[in-house]
Design a protein around this ligand. Structure first.
Ligand SMILES: Cc1ncc(COP(=O)(O)O)c(C=O)c1O
Length: 472
């Protein structure tokens, strides 16, 4: 750029630059992603810890951290260093050749799982979450010879064709033709809004017993009672539903489900893409529930949102070279060295940290602060959480009827960057999930401090107050 042009570019006000960028975006970017869910579009240009900054320098407290992909804080110095070091040594390598970080990352993950679940297995890498889900579907089909799977209502497994077929929302499939292997969707134990109108204190997992009944006779369509063979090969679960609204099932639910699945040789595939890597206070969320999955799918926070790596771990008998030979699945960027280097450093960082103690402790503090708000505002129908996966369900004044208008208003007020709590102009980044799009799914940095939780809760209260006034 010539000197004069450079000087002119410098003189353009950030607001003007932003207007120009938004005009370009409007015209040239596909709107098929999720950007235009929001009323107000924000352009960010800096990130640090749990904060994002726009061009004007406004600080936004981020309570969703890239849907839990950045568990260890933006610009984490240690993980960034690992990436930079790899850029200067082996930045690229076709995934048909080996490099040390890939092997060590796979070994560390498999060894960790072996210790936790006393089960041997192997790891296969891919790039994004949905691609890893696709790989897991191949492993399931290859092992069982069956295509059909169960999945949960409210479940989310990604948006490739295969992953959409086992994700409950019809909206994601509606325009894309026939999905012959669409999952059979089973109600999730969402006790705040029990699909059977039961109450947890007396239900004895009624929802699970209803599922169990389907195996009693062939006339419920799942099973040949003469051979005990089920037409379904696997059950895809999220231990805590992510996009579904950070819903936490009763602690005994999955062990009872697993007993049933084992009886009919149905595999349990545990999607940890959003809840893995200490989001819930344990390495894998399923560890809270005392069951051993047959396959684990992971992604997101393994690389803290840097060069993506996803993958699956499967029990040895499902993925040994004899049954899943070379070429069974492949993607060009699947074990990219920038990602494997960061993933390996993430695992070392986890081993050297005390997230197992810190995350639940911080989660308890955060929930207690949110429950104080719940006492003041009847519009907060439910507050719950496991570790730092927290949910705030926004309702009408009756504390139950979902209030999407208020949820949207609060989100937009946060994004406007005009909140005042904490003594300066700030914004708040919130993610909305839930069956009725009325749940704030909070996934703060695992390094968040108590005083930052206080700031976040103050900002949330300010946005809530303004939202209530606006939607009255
Ligand atoms: C539980 C779960 N599975 C799968 C996916 C899909 O991952 P990706 O968006 O990386 O394809 C997501 C993404 O949010 C997720 O939360």
């Amino acid at each position: 750029m010539k000197q004069k042009e450079k000087a002119r570019a410098r003189a353009v006000k950030p607001e003007k630059q932003e207007d120009e960028l938004l005009q370009l975006e409007k015209k040239y970017c596909s709107w098929g992603d999720t950007v235009h869910y929001a009323e107000k579009l924000n352009i960010f240009n800096r990130a640090e810890g749990m904060y994002l900054y726009d061009k004007q320098g406004t600080e936004f407290v981020d309570l969703q951290m890239w849907y839990s992909a950045v568990n260890f804080g933006y610009k984490n110095p240690r993980l960034n260093r690992a990436l930079k070091k790899q850029i200067d040594t082996l930045p690229q390598l076709a995934c048909q050749y080996l490099h040390e970080e890939k092997i060590r990352l796979a070994a560390r993950l498999a060894q960790k799982i072996e210790v936790t679940f006393e089960t041997k297995g192997r790891v296969h890498f891919n790039v994004g979450g949905a691609s890893a889900v696709e790989d897991s579907l191949k492993v399931v089909r290859n092992h069982t010879g069956r295509n059909l799977v169960f999945a949960f209502m409210g479940g989310y497994h990604g948006r490739t064709l295969g992953a959409s077929a086992i994700t409950s929302s019809f909206r994601y499939r509606e325009k894309f033709g026939h999905f012959s292997d669409r999952a059979c969707f089973i109600p999730y134990p969402y006790c705040f809004r029990c699909p059977y109108d039961k109450r947890r204190d007396y239900c004895d997992l009624y929802c699970l017993r209803q599922f169990e009944r389907l195996f009693e006779t062939e006339y419920y369509s799942l099973i040949n009672k003469k051979t005990n063979r089920c037409e379904f090969s696997a059950f895809y679960i999220e231990a805590l539903q992510g996009t579904g609204g950070y819903v936490i099932p009763p602690l005994e639910y999955f062990s009872r489900l697993k007993e049933l699945l084992d009886r009919y040789k149905i595999l349990l595939v545990d999607d940890e893409i959003q809840m893995g890597f200490y989001r819930t206070g344990k390495f894998w969320a399923i560890e809270h529930f005392g069951v051993i999955p047959d396959i684990i799918v992971f992604g997101k926070a393994l690389t803290n949102g840097l060069n993506p790596i996803s993958g699956i771990w499967a029990k040895e008998e499902l993925i040994s070279p004899e049954v899943f030979p070379p070429g069974s699945t492949h993607s060009t960027f699947s074990s990219n060295p920038l990602g494997t280097a960061v993933g390996l450093e993430t695992l070392k960082l986890i081993e050297e940290s005390d997230f197992a103690e810190q995350v639940p402790k911080k989660g308890r503090y955060f929930i207690a602060r949110l429950r104080e708000l719940q006492k003041k505002y009847p519009e907060i129908g439910d507050v719950d959480g496991m570790g730092l996966a927290l949910r705030v369900e926004i309702c009408e004044k009756d504390g139950y009827t979902p209030n999407r208008a208020l949820t949207d208003a609060i989100t937009n007020i946060g994004l406007s960057g005009n909140l005042k709590s904490g003594g300066k102009k700030r914004g708040l980044i919130l993610d909305v999930g839930g069956y009725y799009k009325n749940v704030f799914t909070l996934a703060p940095s695992l390094y968040i401090k108590e005083k930052e939780i206080d700031l976040a809760v103050d900002l949330f209260e300010e946005a809530l107050r303004k939202g209530i006034a606006l939607t009255k």
